[in-house]
Design a protein. Sequence first.
Length: 443
Amino acid sequence: MTEVLKHSWALLLGVMLLMVGNGLQGSLLGVRGGSAGFSAFSMSVVMSGYFAGFLLASRMTPGMIRRVGHVRVFAALGSFISAVLILYPAFPHPIIWTVERMIIGFCYCGVYVTAESWLNNASSNENRGQALSAYMIVQMFGIIAAQMLLLVPDPSGFLLFVIPSVLVSIAFAPILLSITPTPAFDTTRPMSLRELYTVSPLGMVGMFLLGGVFASQFGMAAVYGSEAGLSLGQISTFVAAFYVGALVTQYPLGWLSDRMDRRVLVVIVALVGGLAAAAAVSLSGHFTVLLAAAFLVGGASNPLYSILIAHTNDYLGTDRMAAGSAGLLFINGLGAIAGPLISGYAMETMGPGGFFVLIAALMLGLTAYAGWRMTRRPAPESDDAASVTAVGPVSSPVAVEVAQEVAIEAQEAAEAEAVEAAKLDVDSDPIARRMPKFWSLRK
């Protein structure tokens, strides 16, 4: 990790500042929309715009990079982000904000593709896993730190829109001035959705449901806080709790996933998240309960993203893992677009509690479906299972593909160790040396 920070600190610092800007503008729009009298459904449309733009960019950015290069794409998209952040308070209208959120989502996806390509290029096979871990940590830390900035000035003014614009502009400097060579960019050919469903129904259905959960907590949590009458300090703490939970549970659950039937873990984790959301509906008057629910929902949904990718990879060859992950990322994006829309409609019809009602329904639905899938086919042999590598829903296809490279390398290393151990057994056993066929049968 020290070697990773030594060579990639400027890039990681830039990513953290980008995430501060992104996390702040998302929460701030939720607060400002409530004070401006926008309905919960109007804000849900605004928030869905981000994920629509993100999904569109995941398809278009590779072609843009091939035409004009990383640096030009990065600089152009960064300029649009800074401009849109300043324009938000100038035109406070739901339709205009929706268009601007689409632009922001498109640009952030392109920026992530570029930054993650550079990070991958700056890493070696020996430290690529640590580099991805560091990237995940600074992403979460940036979003958490962004919530604290909500408390600094009056959110009704322009300053809180200027701050993320400045942070985003500063974030480009260490990345664009990096001496790391511009990386090559290869696009992964995605699997068809029909083929992906045939390979892993749980992976596909689970990722769609998780897309709705994650988009609701990322886009609508601040809207919920505003609708529920929470103070500004409570809203910032509430939103931060989702990502603190994700940061705390990501790696322990990933470690556990490599040592048991992943479907059992999916059932347990999704059930915990669903019950926590259900408790928040019935005990919404207690702020401590809301914080605990946010912590558990975030701590369940974010690790499940990585676990479902690994579960799908258990049924794929190493040469198809990246393509499978690209398909899962696409279906997750579709769920992310729908999530805020359904959440906003639920809050319009049921009140603020509709936010947690949707999350509870999605998480408990995942629990039931994963439990049913366990009755349809046995778990893969442990020798065939892939390794979990943490990757977040806010990452671009590049980070997901890097995660697959790390998982493949870990799997190949484990297989090599098993072969070496078998050779040592043969060398140390006199019966094996004299009667190898008998020894292999005995083993």
